[in-house]
Design a protein around this ligand. Structure first.
Ligand SMILES: [Zn+2]
Length: 126
């Protein structure tokens, strides 16, 4: 069996062991770097949405005390993406909050309550 294999990166013919996928370390590195770039691209995209969400909430909460009630539409108009969040928390009363970092929102039909977490992240107190 003398099947010809080609390098995944440069498409050159590969000589040697039959399990080789690249003609050399250079091609392996280049291929893996490109793969990482693609993955980093989607991570960056989600990160920037989350950061933008956080910025919008931070701006709205400025000088507004511990929580703020606004319409859902007002939030969306500012570019907030409701289906992106970093984590969820349930209050002792059982209300569900969706957080963008330290800022959380609770959706009440057409209205939204924005809160700022006063606890440090990573602690599990109630
Ligand atoms: Zn190659």
């Amino acid at each position: 069996m003398n099947e010809e294999r080609t390098c995944l990166h440069c498409k050159d013919k590969i000589k040697g062991r039959s399990d080789k996928k690249f003609c050399g370390d250079g091609c392996r590195n280049a291929y893996n770097n490109r793969l990482n770039e693609k993955q980093n691209g989607s991570i960056r995209k989600v990160n920037s949405i989350l950061k933008s969400n956080r910025r919008i909430l931070e701006k709205m909460m400025q000088d507004k005390g511990s929580h703020l009630r606004i319409t859902r539409q007002a939030l969306i108009n500012r570019g907030f993406r409701l289906n992106f969040h970093t984590h969820q928390l349930k209050s002792p009363k059982g209300n569900k909050y969706f957080f963008s970092y330290e800022f959380g929102i609770r959706i009440l039909g057409d209205e939204v309550i924005i809160v700022k977490s006063t606890k440090g992240e990573g602690r599990s107190g109630k």
